[in-house]
Each structure stands twice: as structure tokens, then as C-alpha cells.
Design a protein around this ligand. Sequence first.
Ligand SMILES: [Zn+2]
Length: 462
Amino acid sequence: MTRKSENAATLSSLLGITDEEAANLLEVPISITVDESDRTGRALAHELAKLLSRTVTSVEINPKEHTASIEVVIGAAWPKTSHILPVTVTEGEIQIGGSAARKECSSEIASVVPLIAACYTAGMALKAALGDSFVLPGPSPTEGMVISIADILGEDQSWIERETLFSDTYLAGAGAIGNGFLYGLSHFRPVGTLTIVDPDKVSDGNTNRCILFQDEDIPHPKALRLAKNAQSMFPFCELLPEEATIQQLGKRKDGRWLYRLIVAVDSRRARRSLQNEIPGEVFDASTTGAVECVLHHHKQPTELACLACVYHEAPDELARERHIAELLGVDIELVKQHYVTPEAAQQITQKYPNIPQQELAGQAYDSLFKALCGEQRLKTAENRQVLAPFAFVSVLAGVLLAIDVVRRLSQDDDAPNFNYFRLSPWAPPVQDLRQERPRNIACEFCSQQVLLETARRIWTRT
Ligand SMILES: [Zn+2]
């Protein structure tokens, strides 16, 4: 039951309650009411049920009996109870809670919009289901929120219909964000090939946030399973799985490789180490626990922030690694390698004989730690720093990443000119948080003149 306990651990830390209380709260049933005739509304309902069912115990669309704590009422559907959260999508807006219009959802919208709406509705539905006595981030269901679709897709959305050519493109990380990325990307028209790289295997805890993984994917390689499960959504783009890290692929021979890298790995250190491969263009999304998503983009040669600038080593990161090392009984230098080596697995099983050694080798320390925290095998207050996001948080990060990739590659005139964007999955995006981040002078990559020179030499396009 790792899946349930990971969600409970995340909620308990957000609310400052015990895991047991949180687990009880997540038993809350949620229902969704939608009219059969509302095409966009039905798509929204379907996505919402898919996301919420990975977080709470029971979600039903148009149930026969109404016993749910909260009823999400989509479009002009007639409510069946008095505890409702109204949601609708107009041509320009996603309206959730508050004074959301009670009218049928617009059909004049891009196909990705119901999915975006579902991600934001999931957070609000959770708030509504838990009631006023629990405070989660962002506006309350009574206040409601309105998300401008143009804030996410731009004013001119003609780029959506264009084909996006993928060649020499790598997706690093087939976990929660990698899943969300492909799920979002399926609403666009990628053509070519995409290599999916991940050395890790699917574990029980993964299925609560990886939208394209099911129980039968445990314990198979993430990259293989993601490619297999997602391929049918991409008739013109071949997904090529590699059970390895980008570094292990070892293709950096003549210097010029990794023309384009999409980053969905699960730790700051892993992101920084990808910068050492000197990728030509980077699209990146990450989540900070369940409270924030971050998007980053750069293209070499650049004078602005690189991946290692954005995910510069934070003091609490070292403290966390030390903490992981201590609790697992592993040398800190081994933790810094990011993946559990056979040597480290041996050390861990000495301290935790109940964890089978073969389950450990190859796992990312962060994933392992999240799983063990969720299972209460390693329970302390400090473990709160490593929290698994809810499904809707990872999916939102992945979908926004897909939008960023397609939009920039389609050479949209209106393409975003930021290289760093922080946003909350619990509130509408704030445009002012789209920034042009300068280089970090202490960056482990940019502070080395020789690396900057190499990047310039390799990637100066003629
Ligand atoms: Zn840098």
C-alpha cells in the first residue's frame, strides 16, 4: 500500500497533521457530474477522474447513488447534491469554484485544455472535499479561480496544429514528470523519434503519480514501460527506450551530441550532472514537493542560466543527502551517485534486512527514500523534505513542459521569452514569475571558462 501511504505522507506534511489522519482524509469520496452532450466537459471529467483516483480512494463520474463529500459539477450539468464545486471552460478561461459560470464547456478550445483544467480542478476538488478546517495553498473553493488559457498557450494558438520535428531528442527521466510530459505531448503533433532514457524500475509508489503506469508495470524498467504504454498515442513519432542514464549511453564522442534534451529526472543533483553533458538545447520541468512546479529552458550558446545554475547546490540539499545517507546507513559519497549501486545495496540491507537487496540496486535514492518514508520504515520529521507530489502536480508539470517544447520548436513568433518559470499547481499562473534568469556566478558549470568555451564551440550554429 505504498501508493496510499505516499499520498498520506504528502498531505500530512501540507496540513501539519499525522499520517493516519491524512490517510483517513484521503478516503473521502468525490463524484463528478457532467452532461453526456458536453464534449469538452466529458473530456475534463475523464481526465479529472484519472488524476484524482491516484490520490483519493473513490472517484465516480455520474454515479447512481450520491454519497460523495463533494460533487464536481462540470459545465451546465444539474447538481445532484448541495456540496458542489462548479467548473467550466469558456473559449478563453478555465473557471473553477467561486462564481464559475454554469454553462456548457466551450468546444472551441485546444484538446489539451481539458487536461490542464483537470489538473487545476483536482487540487481545488481536494480542498473542497477536505472542507474549511484544512488549509491547502492557493484560493479556497468559495473564492474560486480563473485561469486565462492565453496565459498558458499564448494569444495566438496556431502553433498547436503544426507538426513538431523530433530528431536527436532525448527525454531523461521516465518517472512522474516524464509520464506527464508524454501524456501532454499526445495532444500535439510530434513527428520523428524520441529516445526515452531511465535506468530505474517502476515501483509501487510510482503508480500514484505516474499517469501512464499501472500495477502490471511493476517492477519493469520505466523507460521500456513508458515507451510501450505511450506509443499508441504517437502515430508519427517513434519512442525508443533505453534502460540507462544519459551518461551511460556514452554517445559523447565527437562532442556534439544531445542536440536536444528534455529533462524530467527526479533530483537537483541529477539535473546538474546532465549539464556536464553540454546539451545543445534544454527543456526542463521539476516539482518541489506538492507545492510548486518549475520550468526552465536554454539553448547554447547562451549568456543566461544553464541547468546547473537553476539547480545550483542548495545547502539543504547537502543536508538532505547527509540525512538520507545516515538513515540508510550508506556512505554519503554513494548517495551523491544518485542511483543505488550493488555496493550501496549491500550496506542498506545490513541496516534494513527486511528490504530485499535486489529491490534496491539501480533505484534512485530519492525514489527509494520516498517509498520508505511512505511505508513508515524510516519515519522522522526531516523526511518531510522528500515528498512525492500528487498525481495532478506531476502531470501539470509534464503537460506544461510538453507545451513549452512544442511551442518553442514550432518557431512560434509569440513563443515565450523566459528561461525560468515558477508556478503553483494550486493557483492560477502569475505571468510576472516568468523570468529571464542570469547566470549564477557560483554555478559549477558556468564558473568554468573552459566548459563555457566548449559549449560555445560545439553549439555555435552556422
Ligand atoms: Zn550555469
